[in-house]
Design a protein around this ligand. Structure first.
Ligand code: BES
Ligand code: ZN
Ligand code: ZN
Length: 477
């Protein structure tokens, strides 16, 4: 399916359908662009706080959107993204396929407006048999609204977010562990990064006992994907490693989930999809940063040979784990990936995972729970990227006492603590498998939405792609 793109056009280009983006304190700039009647009507209504207008003309529609002044630069950008998304219902009503945006604001927010419009226009229609209706294809921006380099960067990001959303939205019936591996290979070819998809024999040779244990009841073999973007001009001597949880479907295993907690568990590979999206945008924009992506992939199913509560397994690192609950499977497969990452002597490792229901209960869908051992300056940069992209994060502590809950009578650790602070004990479990600066992002809340929220479309949101790109760019280049 062809997806919307931004296009850089020349100054003075004529648009049939045009958005005039104005700012509440500087309405006069609109006067010259509107007909006398339109201008008079707008001025009157603006006094009563009306902020959106549509004027029909012979050649198309002129939409005026008036943004309120906002001191916080991050909220100002988010307001513009949301205003962009809100335009969509009108574009759909008139089946408009191309629209121009002209900035008249003192602080230019046209690119953010276009980003919200483009992100909100995403649809996943693959499995409908009815032909798709005409939808938005192109958002045109002249030099007064955005420069061509920024437009190209925004397009790369959009493409990556759409790739991540597509992967999450694929149902498990059409996206098992082998198919996820194939999709990574295809993305690598399309975007220009390297990918090595390890099969079961290699996973066995690497003694990844965690990944193999979770996969035990599966009809489909596991995969371990190694992605790499290594530009010759990389600014970092030691790579950044991104790890993504790739559970293509989580039934809970023998610790079976109830149906209402299972029906959307195709989303349990959202961390994996975000890592693929991050490598895609890095390669597309030729980001001068050496990045490795690691993705352990399996489903978590029931069957004759299933891993059972009470079992003891030996992990890739050699440590033993008492599996008291097979539904806490994400940390088990991530642990093998975290251990594998040591061989790169990484400067920083970030893992992303739909890891715990506790993260959702604590922060809902608006924020990522994160924790880790990386220095404070890195955490500050990440949090700032969170506000800049509005993929916001809240830090939780990794105090040693939380780890006490993971003591086992029979093995090195249990895979589950008490019912309290589950997102932290999950982090404490992972901490046993690292020897480098590390950040763990629990994206269980914002990765998947049952109903759309602004430009975050329903089902897979692609959360983390814009965040990681913004962060890596700031931190390393
Ligand atoms: N995949 C789930 C976590 C999850 C919950 C993801 C909601 C997306 C939305 C994870 O594997 C899991 O099942 N975690 C359990 C652990 C349980 C054994 C306490 C949880 O946190 O509920
Ligand atoms: Zn689970
Ligand atoms: Zn899971």
């Amino acid at each position: 399916m062809k997806r919307v793109q931004l296009a850089a056009v020349e100054a003075g280009s004529v648009h049939n359908n045009l958005v005039l983006l104005a700012d509440k304190d500087h309405l006069d700039a609109l006067g010259a662009l509107l007909a006398a009647g339109e201008w008079a009507f707008l001025r009157q209504s603006a006094l009563q706080d009306v902020s959106s207008f549509s004027f029909p003309r012979a050649e198309g529609l002129v939409f005026v959107r008036i943004l309120k002044p906002e001191k916080d630069p991050f909220i100002a950008l988010e307001d513009a993204r949301l205003a962009g998304n809100e335009l969509l219902s009108e574009l759909r009503r008139y089946k408009i396929e191309t629209v121009g945006i002209q900035n008249l604001c003192a602080e230019n927010r046209a690119l953010a407006f276009a980003e919200g419009l483009a992100l909100g226009s995403y649809q996943f229609l693959k499995y409908f048999t009815k032909p798709a209706e005409k939808t938005l294809q192109e958002i045109r921006l002249g030099p007064e609204s955005a420069n061509p380099m920024d437009i190209a960067e925004a397009n790369a990001l959009l493409e990556a977010v759409f790739l991540t959303r597509d992967m999450v939205n694929e149902p498990h019936s059409h996206f098992n562990s082998v198919q996820l591996g194939d999709a990574v290979e295809l993305a690598a070819k399309t975007f220009g990064f390297e990918a090595d998809i390890l099969g079961k024999e290699k996973i066995e040779a690497l003694k990844m006992g965690g990944l193999l244990a979770v996969n035990r009841a599966s009809q489909v073999p596991p995969r371990f994907c190694v992605l790499e973007w290594k530009p010759t001009d990389a600014k970092n001597a030691k790579p950044v490693v991104l790890i993504g949880k790739g559970v293509v479907y989580d039934t809970g295993g023998l610790s079976l989930k109830p149906s209402e907690a299972m029906d959307y568990m195709k989303c349990d590979m959202a961390g994996a999809a975000t890592v693929v999206g991050a490598l895609a945008v890095a390669a597309r924009t030729k980001l001068p940063i050496h990045i490795i992506g690691l993705i352990p992939v399996t489903d978590n199913k029931i069957g004759e040979n299933a891993l059972s509560p009470g079992d003891v397994i030996t992990m890739g690192s050699g440590k033993t784990v008492e599996v008291v609950n097979t539904d806490a499977e994400g940390r088990i497969i991530l642990a093998d990936a975290l251990h594998y990452a040591k061989k790169y002597e990484p400067s920083l490792v970030l893992d992303l995972a739909t890891l715990t229901g506790s993260a959702v209960r604590a922060l809902g869908t608006q924020a990522i729970c994160y924790m880790g051992t990386a220095p404070k300056v890195i955490k500050n940069t990440l949090e700032e990227s969170g506000f800049a992209t509005y993929e916001r994060l809240v830090e939780l502590p990794l105090w040693k006492e939380f780890g006490d809950e993971l003591k086992s009578n029979i093995a090195d650790f249990k895979n589950l603590g008490s019912s309290n602070a589950g997102m932290i004990t999950a982090g404490k479990f992972l901490e046993n498998f690292i020897d480098y600066p590390w950040l763990h992002l629990d994206i269980a809340g914002p990765a998947y939405l049952r109903v759309a929220n602004g430009y975050r479309t329903k089902e897979g949101t692609g959360v983390g792609v814009r965040l990681l790109y913004n962060f890596l760019k700031k931190q390393y280049s």
